[in-house]
Design a protein around this ligand. Sequence first.
Ligand SMILES: Cc1cc2nc3c(=O)[nH]c(=O)nc-3n(C[C@H](O)[C@H](O)[C@H](O)COP(=O)(O)OP(=O)(O)OC[C@H]3O[C@@H](n4cnc5c(N)ncnc54)[C@H](O)[C@@H]3O)c2cc1C
Length: 456
Amino acid sequence: MQYDVIIVGAGPGGIFAAYELMQLNSELKVAVFEAGHALNKRKCPIDGEKIKSCINCKTCSIMSGFGGAGAFSDGKYNITNDFGGTLYEYIGKKQALDLMNYVDKINLKFGGEGTKLYTTAGTRFKSICIQHDLHLLDASVRHLGTDINFIVLENLYAYLKDKVEFFFDTPVSSIATEENGYAILCNDKTYHCKDCIVSVGRSGSKWMESVCKELNISTESTRVDIGVRVELPATVFAHLTDELYESKIAYRTEKYGDKVRTFCMNPKGSVVNENTNGIITVNGHSYEDPEKQTENTNFALLVAKHFSEPFKDSNGYGESIAKLSNMLGGGVIVQRFGDLIRGRRSTESRIEEAFITPTLNATPGDLSLVLPKRILDGIIEMIYALDKVAPGTANEDTLLYGVEVKFYNMEVEVDKNLESKHKGLYIIGDGSGITHSLSHASASGVHVARNIAEKN
Ligand SMILES: Cc1cc2nc3c(=O)[nH]c(=O)nc-3n(C[C@H](O)[C@H](O)[C@H](O)COP(=O)(O)OP(=O)(O)OC[C@H]3O[C@@H](n4cnc5c(N)ncnc54)[C@H](O)[C@@H]3O)c2cc1C
């Protein structure tokens, strides 16, 4: 039960850490403990017929298991320091980009060859946006698509499974310091290691908090992004998505000076439920395979909320708002933009009469009963601003699903090696609060693996 390195969590952070360790020193004895299932066993029971909504499985197959939260995602690897995390603050902008490009190469090698890399460099949309006080953020985006993303994960697992020991359905309950490393407790067994990489993502945020308390590691939690997922005919954004695939557009509202941004754009995609700690929120994805594509495009509109002293539980605030939508709608609520502006709820018949077919079976309702006025005002203002660069965004039938919450894990105190104050205990990926994306989380895994390999 003695390992050189134990990795907690088999999301992109953990997988890329394991991959890089094996590249640099295949003699190292490495184990990966994952609360969720192996990739081939991950299946959400919601089938739209017998099971229509979340039944709160013991471990959520959407968020947990080999591949982590990203396994069924759209597989958009954004190569940028402009969003997706603040890894560059720890390791420098150039190194962060180098690592993201390295991850991209591995993804291509393991099945992503032939997928498209989109870039904002030289695009005319930058100036079109700025004329309307909208700001297009710089990025290159590798779009693997949900299907190819899954194949890449299958191939990575096939490559790693004989080199690294995987323990699935094995949540780690605690980490304790000991003389020459760490004692990892799970399922009433204790495993020991010299170095421990913790990469537990968003689903492990509460657990991460308790570990930090026990080990006296400082944390900070002040931000949450709250908003809706917008769904409209793909043609409205086609001029942007055909060239850029994903456009991250930021806007500062006139009314309150709040920052609103588009997030996670899915051309010809589907809106999906997401379960975070038993609370149902909304998300979206799309496929490379034309057969699986829809006639709609969806993206999130999020308002960033930063709290100051004495309030410290920004995620709790986001959860409370999401709970309100769950209370009123039994899950996610959908409303036509026209109904929202008229101050009336959407009903089954109003949704049916619309010129757009929703891709998610959500409960028609009234988002103004859920979202705080300030946030709703910001979203409405942004929809009218976007209408100037993508006419049709502010149409009556544009669908708004709520709520979408972007929880930020509390930021954990680590140094430039992403090592905590306890030597050999690394905290990476979304669980560290430093990354919020596939590319940044994966890059953080490569970074710590190189640091550990150098020591051995
Ligand atoms: C539906 C959806 C779509 C997304 N689409 C995109 C996208 O297109 N592009 C993008 O950049 N990002 C996207 N994201 C975000 C992206 O998936 C995450 O940023 C990324 O997966 C973070 O990687 P990670 O390794 O830090 O954590 P995770 O992927 O969350 O993995 C952490 C793993 O740790 C496990 N774990 C937690 N606690 C424990 C414990 N105590 N013991 C053992 N294991 C534990 C979890 O089960 C999980 O499998 C999406 C997320 C979702 C949910």
